[in-house]
Design a protein around this ligand. Structure first.
Ligand code: NDP
Length: 231
């Protein structure tokens, strides 16, 4: 039976690589991006894969999330990948953190993933065991923070990890597994050209981890190689 995945921020970077990989693996992919006219690689994939369905979604628009869920209410999702993310301004540090940018990063990295799970909960519940995979970051780990700084992005991902933990407790009885994933340091617009791995390597590892998770993994934080990370 065909499996169904919803992936946010699928027009570039890790989201695009995940979209391509799940399509090649025979899944139906429901990919979202903010502006289809600015998503040439995604629309090119659409021309060769009949099981790719693209919708526009700004993940900070909660009404649009609800509308998308309604329009896809007939689909039972096996997997939701909360991938869309934003680093925020670079080059700031102690003493000059921009509070408006902080709120914006929180909207995208922390609040939107929860809103997506809430909206798509009925479709995930219908398909036990559904999986929610949230793209977090190692820099959101308290234990790994030995260098300081990065107040905005770090705190948004640390808070996302907390969201994942609560979701895992709330949703496991309904057969929904929730995990936080670190994709590695990846060559994307966010990761930059000096990053250690390409998007295909990251996507392949993330998919292997997602494929292998069971109930005992719900609420855990893992990297793309399946290593457990400390909160
Ligand atoms: P990119 O910057 O390459 O892509 C970010 C994606 O998120 C784009 O599709 C972008 O869309 C989308 N996005 C941003 N804001 C919104 C919004 N408001 N609504 C909808 N979509 C939005 O990032 P990566 O591919 O590198 O990162 C993917 C995930 O992995 C993120 O959550 C990131 O935090 C995480 N991560 C990445 C690492 C890396 O080394 N690259 C390391 C650790 C974690 P648009 O094109 O419209 O801006």
């Amino acid at each position: 039976m065909t499996q169904h995945v919803l992936i946010t921020g699928a027009n570039r970077g890790i989201g695009l690589a995940l979209t391509e990989l799940y399509l090649k693996s025979g899944w139906s992919v429901y990919a979202t991006c903010r502006d289809i006219t600015q998503a040439p690689e995604l629309t090119a994939l659409q021309r060769i894969h009949e099981h790719l369905f693209v919708s526009e979604l700004d993940v900070t628009d909660h009404h649009a999330i609800e509308q998308l869920s309604q329009s896809l209410k007939a689909i039972s999702f096996d997997l939701l990948v909360n991938n869309a993310g934003y680093y925020g301004p670079k080059g700031y540090g102690f003493g000059n953190t921009d509070a408006d940018e902080w709120r914006k990063v929180f909207e995208i990295n922390t609040i939107a993933p929860l809103k997506l799970v809430e909206a798509f909960y009925p479709q995930l519940k219908a398909n036990q065991p559904g999986v929610v995979a949230c793209l977090s970051s190692k820099v959101g780990s308290m234990a790994e923070n030995t260098s300081g700084g990065g107040y905005i992005y770090r705190s948004s991902k640390a808070a996302l990890n907390s969201v994942v933990k609560s979701l895992s407790n709330d949703l496991l009885p309904q057969g929904i597994i929730c995990i936080a994933l670190h994709p590695g340091w990846v060559q994307t617009e966010m990761g930059g050209p000096n990053a250690l791995i390409d998007t295909q390597t990251s996507a392949k590892g993330l998919k292997q981890v997602i494929d292998s998770v069971g109930e005992a993994d719900s609420g855990l934080f893992m990297d793309y190689q399946g290593n457990y990370l400390p909160w």
